[in-house]
Write a protein that binds this ligand. Sequence first.
Ligand code: HEM
Length: 223
Amino acid sequence: MTRVPAIPFIPTASIAKKAVMAITALLVIGFLLVHFLGNLFLFVGPQAYNAYAHKLTSSPLIYPAEAFLLLIFGYHIITGIQVWHDNIRAKKHKYAVQKRLGKGTFMSKTMIISGLIILAFLIFHLATFKYGSYIPSAENPEIRDIYSLVVQKFTIWWYVLFYVTAVCCMGMHLAHGFQSAFRTLGLSNEGTLAVMQWISYGVAVFFAVGYSVFPVYFFLFGS
Ligand code: HEM
């Protein structure tokens, strides 16, 4: 059997990989909640959103915060690909695990696909906003008019379509991933499985609909 060479600081034991995936998943969900709440300033108006974004990006804490984000997203993606690869290998060797995998839902079987779509979205998203054009604000050119950039992009139909598709994929990823993370960490059991599944669906719908509201609202109603 061909073995994938170990990557430094990435665990090789299957259970450890799953634990890293689960912990980083919950941290990413924490980021998603904070990012969503911050984006609500878009509905307060340009000054509020620009002031919020400026405060965030000019804080000295931004560098450690971004390094932490890179670490949790990076670990989640690498261990996710490794676990998917391990499952393929196990399937090829016709282990009993194949039977168990066969029982999965559509969402659990397509985690790698929804995950890769989210990764493509994230690269596009950062290129568009974080590293995108610098529009100086009218009141103070030192402050970036990120509000205008967001609103400008959300008037383009294919941006809106791509954003809504990507955040729906994110919802599908969360619908399985959220309850799976709790199970891996031993925070849910057979008794609480059904409840956790429903909470997972709730979290998935909340983020898919919540994040879709921004592009759809600005596309329909402008600034
Ligand atoms: C659909 C609504 C969304 C809007 C309006 C939005 C807006 C933004 C903006 C304007 C920035 C740049 C902030 C700045 O540098 O001043 C940003 C950064 C970022 N966004 Fe989003 N975002 C959305 C959805 C998402 C989603 C769904 C994810 C995750 C999958 C995400 C992940 C990130 C990350 C990781 C950063 C970089 C944070 C940093 O390095 O400081 N965003 N977003």
